[in-house]
Design a protein around this ligand. Sequence first.
Ligand code: ATP
Length: 215
Amino acid sequence: MIVLSGTIGAGKTSLTDLLAAHFGSNAYYESVDDNPILPLFYENQKKYGFLLQNYFLNKRMDNIRDAQGSQLNIIDRSIYEDLLLFQTVAAQGQATEVEVDIYRDLLDNMMEQVDFSDEAVLKTPDLLVYIHVSFDTMLNRIKKRGREFEQVDHDSGLYDYYKLLNNRYSQWFEAYNQSPKLMIDGDAYDFVEDTEAAEKVLTLIDQKVKELGLK
Ligand SMILES: Nc1ncnc2c1ncn2[C@@H]1O[C@H](COP(=O)(O)OP(=O)(O)OP(=O)(O)O)[C@@H](O)[C@H]1O
């Protein structure tokens, strides 16, 4: 499994499409439009934050199970970033430490490898691709995409949440050690609008995939 990571609006879903088409593999998406909790969460993070994490945890486990057939199947967001998001929500006083601790324990238990036989299927990715974008790019993409509940004009508190999240992402990626990893500069390569940039990004990922013997 190749797993994408990056902040809100980084381009994970678009790169998932590109990679699945490039490798002829399957793509597994986090569905946003039919997520019943997400709009509620954006209205009231304190009330719905913990419920949202449980919802995502369940969906990500589905994705991991479904994607396990091939090393080149793509998942559009890693399960590991959810803790970062929830900790950021908590840092802003919108979730409690107890909620974060309970969520972390649950995540650890779900990700624990209980089968150590040769046939065991690993839940960890074969490669994690992180798309790094600056705070300005993040805000521009969120605006351009126009999902109502994500807009900062509707809620000025969101601006601080996004800024803190963007700052924390780089540290999160530095510390990430569950699998091989690769960073893509999403400011330098606009792989959505620019086909040449898309080719370059695919070449970088191809090199890493070959180096790891995934293809
Ligand atoms: N664990 C989480 N806690 C809180 N909100 C989350 C969590 N995971 C995802 N979200 C929210 O769900 C929405 C979709 O998230 P995500 O960043 O995965 O997709 P995206 O914004 O469409 O990204 P991309 O543009 O990179 O494809 C965003 O509003 C994001 O804030």
